[in-house]
Design a protein around this ligand. Structure first.
Ligand SMILES: Cc1cc2nc3c(=O)[nH]c(=O)nc-3n(C[C@H](O)[C@H](O)[C@H](O)COP(=O)(O)OP(=O)(O)OC[C@H]3O[C@@H](n4cnc5c(N)ncnc54)[C@H](O)[C@@H]3O)c2cc1C
Length: 458
């Protein structure tokens, strides 16, 4: 039977391997670290649950629940409290609700009247470059459609939230294809969003709309379960160093405990970061190697801070907030972890996960622990009026945390897809190409598994 080798045991590689095996293929996952899960990793310490990577997901794809069901862990899925619906944004140094519809927007103090009136121009503007599939930055798209200030306060937080990116260089159609499609289909972004909301409501009529979720003791319940189901088809501590064409498929150079060896694969899926994939394909194709190396990553550090209840002047009931670039704060945003999911902090304590670094302030992610903690606390104190120092601190750093879909990304992805055609059996998977969200990656794994089954059975 033909064998598929999957490089990388992050959620992309694990969910793909699980699906391939379910469809009857022989699969082997090689992971360079001594643990599976990739960016998904949960630390449980002093009664706190700290997510080192993603903290939650919004399953618009309906991919996680079916997977959890197949794994027999659906009862472990934890929907967010009502607080998770409320998103905040910083404007002029204060927290404001992000309006969810036109009437709340017009009542909100997030924007001055002039900015609200400028937004209405969207209703009569013609389509722009994103609608034609041409790349433009999020800043250019947002200011063209909604005006500078509304763009900054309503759309920029999306870039911070999903990519910790710089809206001036992140490509709108590459990073937010659905939003670009709204302009293409409805011409006006406001009308498009309204139609989309209607469509979503109709789609979920009588059933539950997708809710922000996690797992009872953290998101790594999902990856741990996938890894244990794969058993000996998952090998930890094995790095794929290079791939070459072989008589049938690929010959892989691998390293394990400092020892080098080779391994053959009929198909090779690189579910590893783009810069790692770049080294692996160097002997195969120098163009692919160069394109992959051009996908940039930004460093991110998450600072988890726990406070005793009396340090909060009032309860915080929201998902968290994001900080637009023009604000003077040093942090990118924060998630109110224990307000969103019960059990993330000991009784009478609250846990906040503060995001720092990203494209706008990469240097922050490598500050010494004490400095980073002090700075995260200072910004949080200014916004929430905290009256005491944190009782708990925990830091998670990612030197290359999140891939950036910068201008030119769509051409790079098209060139990689052409490369897949040149080397039948080679696939690029993972968060560097189409979407970094966990449900989207799981959904892509499902589609890729079907494609592999079809191609290998030819
Ligand atoms: C701080 C942070 C917060 C986030 N928040 C959210 C969120 O709230 N919601 C959400 O949906 N998403 C979030 N994301 C994004 C999401 O976590 C990632 O996009 C996703 O987990 C990436 O999964 P992956 O499998 O594609 O890659 P990874 O998780 O990076 O896995 C790749 C794996 O490949 C291994 N590897 C690398 N090179 C080799 C090699 N040569 N041979 C073998 N193995 C190799 C690595 O060790 C790693 O385990 C967040 C990400 C970060 C960093």
């Amino acid at each position: 039977m033909k064998r598929v080798v999957v490089a990388g045991a992050g959620i992309s590689g694990l969910s793909l391997a699980f699906e391939l095996e379910r469809l009857g293929l022989r699969v082997l996952v090689l992971e360079s670290e001594r643990r599976a899960g990739g960016k998904i990793e949960t630390d449980r310490r002093d009664g706190y649950i700290c997510e080192r990577g993603p903290a939650s997901y919004l399953d618009r794809q309906n991919s996680i629940m079916p997977l959890a069901r197949r794994l027999g862990i659906e009862s472990r899925v934890l929907p967010a409290c009502a607080a998770g619906e409320r998103r905040l944004v910083v404007a002029d140094g204060r927290l404001h609700d992000t309006p969810l519809d036109a009437s709340t927007l017009f009542r909100s103090r997030l924007l001055p009247l002039s900015a609200k009136l400028r937004m209405l121009v969207d209703l009569v503007l013609p389509r722009g470059p994103s609608a034609r599939g041409q790349e433009e930055s999020v800043t250019a798209f947002a200011s063209r459609r909604l005006g500078v200030l509304a763009g900054e306060r309503l759309l920029q937080p999306l870039v911070s939230g999903l990519y910790a990116g710089d809206p001036d260089v992140v490509s709108m159609p590459a990073a937010f294809p659905l939003m670009a499609a709204l302009e293409r289909e409805h011409r006006s972004l406001i009308l498009g969003l309204r139609a989309d909301r209607k469509e979503q409501r109709a789609k979920h009529a009588g059933s539950d709309a997708p809710r922000l979720s996690s797992f009872v003791t953290g998101l790594d319940e999902l990856t741990t379960s996938l890894a244990s189901r794969l058993g000996d088809r998952l090998r930890l501590g094995v790095r794929i160093v290079a791939a070459e064409r072989a008589a049938s498929g690929f010959r892989l150079a691998v390293e394990e405990n400092g020892r080098s060896s080779t391994l053959d694969a009929d198909s090779l899926v690189l579910a590893i970061p783009a810069h790692q994939a770049s080294s692996v394909v160097r002997p195969l194709d120098s163009d692919l190697c160069e394109i992959l190396a051009r996908i940039p990553y930004v460093p991110v550090a998450l600072v988890h801070l726990g406070y005793f209840a009396s340090a909060l002047p009032r309860p915080v009931e929201a998902y968290g907030f994001f900080v637009p670039a023009s604000e003077r704060l040093k942090i990118v945003g924060a998630i109110f972890a224990s307000a969103v999911f019960p059990g993330r902090a000991p009784a009478r304590f609250s846990l906040f996960s503060v995001r720092t670094g990203g494209a706008r302030r990469p240097e922050m992610a490598s500050l010494p622990d004490e400095e980073l903690t002090a700075l995260a606390h200072a910004d949080l104190r200014g916004l929430l009026g905290l009256t005491a120092a944190p009782a708990f601190a925990h830091i998670a750093r990612h030197e290359r945390g999140l891939p950036q879909y910068t201008l030119g990304h769509m051409d790079r992805v098209a060139a990689l897809e052409a490369g897949e055609q040149r080397y039948p059996g080679l696939y690029f998977h993972g968060n560097a190409y189409h979407n970094a969200g966990v449900p989207e990656l799981v959904s892509r794994s499902g589609k890729l598994a079907c494609k592999l089954v079809e191609e290998l059975s030819r």
